[in-house]
Design a protein around this ligand. Structure first.
Ligand SMILES: Nc1ncnc2c1ncn2[C@@H]1O[C@H](COP(=O)(O)OP(=O)(O)O)[C@@H](O)[C@H]1O
Ligand SMILES: [Mg+2]
Length: 268
């Protein structure tokens, strides 16, 4: 099966790469059900660095799981690059996600018995996007990009949590997706390590990747270019960040690459 790649800059209406329309999600419970999303509307533009911020239980993970297609809404729609995520079959969706979205989790979710390099080549094997002979070399380049090439042949338990999250980011980049989505990616890391991980995300934004990152930490959220606050299943505010932008907000031109993105470019 041909795996569709997200359409380029002009391939989606109003420049919005991700469009969330009237999204409602109710989790069935023994009582009346939990209304986790109560009608979410959201546009994310190509190249944006969006933080979704809110307290525990606000609906952040539910929203992210709708965007990645890991879970389905009760009503409403998510479009990414003009593709209606929930209209695909499970098989199409899995393959489409592998090619177009890089997903990063709080607890890294690396396969414990595989080496770091194998964790990354596996993601490429699954999508068949790069020639078999090129995959290991690309995985090494990605590990270099995130600063841990020297650990390539270790298993995840032999490196620190911050290093494991670097591997997870390298894995998310394996198939060169346009969109990176992360749910509390620094929730399990100390603040210095969290800062370093955000530097990596910022570098990716400088290269034109679109980032959507969930956090309950306001200080972390301020590092994005736009902050969307959700509470009790609703968006309660959306504002551009006060601090100098590490990424790009909607409509801004791409910043000229600095040294770090050049290093990343070389790896991609
Ligand atoms: N599988 C589930 N079954 C029932 N309720 C759930 C389930 N997952 C989440 N919820 C509820 O939905 C609401 C939103 O949860 P979640 O999206 O995980 O919030 P957040 O990620 O912001 O902490 C919470 O009230 C939570 O208890
Ligand atoms: Mg959550």
């Amino acid at each position: 099966m041909e795996i569709a790649k997200i359409a380029g800059k002009n391939g989606h209406e109003n420049g919005a790469l991700i469009k969330v329309k009237d999204l409602v999600k109710v989790y069935p419970t023994a009582a009346n059900g939990v209304e986790a999303l109560k009608g979410i509307n959201l546009d994310v533009h190509e190249g944006e660095f969006l933080a979704i911020f809110g307290k525990s239980g606000a609906g952040k993970s539910t929203l992210i799981n709708m965007i990645t297609g890991i879970d389905s809404p009760d009503s409403g729609e998510v479009q990414i690059g003009g593709v209606s995520v929930h209209s695909m079959s499970d098989e199409e969706l899995t393959r489409w996600r592998g090619r177009n979205l890089g997903v990063v989790y709080q607890f890294f979710q690396l396969l414990p018995t595989l080496t770091l390099i194998e964790n990354i080549t596996l993601a490429m094997d699954f999508c068949d996007t790069y020639q078999l002979a090129k995959r290991s070399e690309r995985a090494l380049q990605l590990l270099d990009q995130v600063g841990i090439r020297e650990h390539a042949y270790k298993v995840p338990s032999k490196i620190s949590g911050g290093q494991q999250q670097r591997v997870a980011i390298a894995r998310a980049l394996a198939n060169d997706p346009d969109v990176i989505v992360a749910d509390e990616p620094t929730g399990n890391l100390d603040s210095q390590t969290a800062d370093d991980i955000y530097d990596l995300f910022s570098d990716l934004v400088s290269l034109g990747k679109t980032l959507v990152i969930v956090t309950h930490d306001q200080e972390i959220a301020e590092r994005a270019s736009r902050i969307l606050e959700i509470s009790d299943g609703r968006i309660i505010s959306s504002r551009l960040s006060d601090t100098p932008s590490n990424g790009r907000s909607a409509g801004e031109a791409a910043p000229s690459p600095n040294l770090a993105p050049q290093r990343i470019h070389a790896a991609l």
